[in-house]
Design a protein around this ligand. Structure first.
Ligand code: C2E
Ligand code: MG
Ligand code: MG
Length: 580
């Protein structure tokens, strides 16, 4: 058993000086090999033992000698001011309390690197139970604390943009609400969603999408400043917490600053991109009292802003919750409608305006809603796409439209090509070819009767896979049209690689023809491009004779629009002298 002798060094029971020295050396080697720092300090501040680890932890120009006469100087070193706070002295604390104490010290080592040391000081009692000395054990926690800090940062920040994430945002919102409640303040939550970000991601790839998000995050950070919080909530969604809100106008000024900052195009990779947002705003205490409801209401307001177009902001109103609720009800009802055949296929005839002949028809879905009556596709197709119901819906439409086509063929009607809209989700279905083949066989229909309409962004979402699927469909004899042409980002290289038969000029370019010079130029270019690539071209949404004449003058003879036919049920078309 080792114990402290008169000389203050460790001694053993042997009286031999040689043995004593040997044992002391053993003991020193053992304690030197311990990874924690160990020090024994007497009541008079004399350090009577210090192992190598403690020495290296304490290494400083002031403390070269391990048997430094005064602990004070060591504690002076340890008590070096850090972050403006003095460190408590463990020895004094033990002497005062009579108990073991644990303290954390931060100090700079000889290389100027900050170290975090955990010190445990335990009293050593004499025979009478008085404190004779203390033993200090020091653990270097620097690495552990740094790792913990990094982990804490990671769990509260978005990995891509380094902005606070949803967890941290909600935390700050909760804190902000507590403060606002106590001091009668107002606060606001702004929910932002980048307009048409999905198209950027789908057509230019995720790497470009990510770069855009980082760039947007940086700009938002600058605009919002240090007093408010901007967070990435996921995907292309951001949220801003505005505390201490004085007047509502301040929010409009934030939105304006965001709009102005992003009014210049951003260079991402080799693409110049314009960024706009849909913004929803909810206020405390007006719109909600708790964090979750506040965020939900800001989200509902954002959704409403998006419905109204790009680059818009909306303040929350009560009716928005009602609308969000209706959306959920609609989803359940649509699921039922598909199962119970409450949907209906309408057909819109496409004509050759020059030869006055029928080319074919586009199948457009309608919903006989129990309370709302007959609903157009625009009322529920976007929701079906968001929820994935579109896959079942498209299958339903395909089956019923082909059934009608078979029936007309059996009656000897020359109805031409049946065009079917194909959603992205169905295009991505690996069993699409098998399903269509099986359906055609079951209904005894010909692949040559069909044309599938896909949009540019649907193809660009996964160009390689889409090309493979579309090539397989083409090999079966099914034709392909690019719908809403000109509205998405697309690559001519891919368009050339696709087995496309037809381009459909989007109705947004047709609407103001022939008077809108820009649109006229775009339409001219699309037609020339289609002709150069040897593709058919059809104009959608033709409502007036002037539009039709202009298109004819450019060589676009295929027309789909109210000027000739509105979408109608199969029965209604039959009732009007078929086929034209
Ligand atoms: P789309 O494929 O571009 O279809 C053309 C839309 O333009 C149809 O709207 C049609 O009714 C409308 N339209 C046709 N001529 C005119 C016109 O002269 N003036 C105006 N103002 N509009 C005209 P609808 O039926 O409401 O469909 C809207 C969109 O919903 C479609 O756009 C298509 O993207 C989608 N959709 C419709 N049915 C289906 C379907 O069965 N499956 C899928 N995946 N999408 C569908
Ligand atoms: Mg279409
Ligand atoms: Mg279209």
């Amino acid at each position: 058993m080792a114990g402290k002798d008169q000389s203050g060094t460790f001694g053993a029971c042997s009286s031999s000086v040689e043995t004593l020295e040997k044992e002391n050396a053993y003991l020193q080697t053992i304690i030197d090999s311990v990874g924690s720092g160990i020090m024994v300090i007497q009541r008079n501040y004399e350090v009577t033992l210090m192992n190598a680890t403690a020495e290296s932890m304490m290494m400083n120009e002031q403390i070269a000698d391990k048997f430094h006469p005064k602990c004070y100087e060591i504690s002076h070193h340890l008590q070096a001011p850090c972050d403006g706070k003095e460190h408590p002295c463990p020895l004094s604390m033990v002497l005062e309390s009579g108990e073991r104490v644990k303290v954390m010290h931060r100090h700079k080592d000889a290389f100027g690197k900050e170290r975090i040391i955990e010190l445990t000081a335990t009293p050593i009692l004499d025979e009478e139970g008085n404190i004779d000395a203390i033993v200090e054990v020091a653990h270097d926690m620097t690495q552990l604390v740094t790792t913990q800090q990094e982990l804490a940062h990671q769990s509260h920040h978005d990995a891509l943009t380094d902005l606070p994430n949803r967890v941290l945002f909600m935390d700050r919102l909760e804190q902000g609400l507590k403060y606002a409640q106590r001091y009668n303040k107002r606060l606001a939550v702004l929910f932002l969603d980048i307009d048409r970000f999905k198209e950027v991601n789908d057509s230019l790839g995720h790497a470009v999408g990510d770069e855009l998000l980082v760039s947007v995050a940086t700009q938002l950070g600058v605009i919002v400043g240090v007093n408010d919080t901007v967070a990435r909530m996921g995907g292309d969604e951001f949220a801003i917490l505005v505390e201490n809100l004085q007047e509502t106008n301040a929010l409009i000024s934030i939105v304006t600053r965001i709009t102005q900052a992003l009014s210049e195009p951003i260079l991402v990779g080799s693409h110049w991109l314009y960024v706009t947002f849909g913004v929803g705003i909810a206020l405390y205490p007006n719109d909600a009292q708790d964090a979750i409801s506040l965020l939900k209401n800001a989200d509902a307001a954002m959704y409403n802003a998006k419905q109204k177009g790009r680059n818009r902001y909306e303040f929350y109103t009560q009716s928005m919750t009602q609308k969000a609720y209706e959306r959920i009800v609609m989803e359940t009802q649509l699921r039922e409608a598909i199962a119970t055949n409450a949907l209906e296929v309408y057909f819109q005839r496409q004509v050759d305006a020059q030869s006055q002949t029928l080319i074919g028809m586009e199948a457009l879905v309608r919903w006989n809603h129990p309370e709302l009556g007959l609903l157009g596709a625009g009322r529920f197709v976007p929701m079906a796409e968001e929820t994935g119901l579109i896959v079942a819906l498209d299958e339903w439409v395909m089956r019923h439209a082909i059934m009608q086509w078979v029936a007309w063929h059996k009656k000897g009607q020359a109805v031409g090509i049946l065009s079917l809209n194909l959603s992205t989700l169905r295009l991505a279905d690996e069993y699409l070819i098998e399903r269509i083949t099986a359906l055609l066989e079951e209904l005894e229909a010909q692949p040559q009767w069909l044309m599938l309409e896909v949009t540019e962004s649907q193809i660009m979402k996964n160009p390689q896979a889409s090309i493979a699927t579309l090539n397989a469909l083409g090999a079966m004899g099914i034709k392909l049209a690019i719908d809403d042409f000109g509205t998405g980002y697309s690559s001519l290289a891919y368009l050339k690689a696709l087995p496309i038969n037809k381009i459909k000029i989007d109705q947004s370019f047709v609407r103001e023809l022939p008077y809108n010079g820009n649109d006229a130029q775009i339409v001219k270019t699309i037609i020339a491009m289609a002709q150069a690539l040897g593709l058919e071209v059809i104009a959608e949404g033709v409502e007036t004779q002037a539009q039709c004449d202009f298109l004819l003058s450019l060589g676009c003879t295929q027309i789909q629009g109210f000027l000739f036919h509105r979408p109608s049920s199969g029965a209604a078309i039959e009732a009007q002298s078929m086929p034209f």
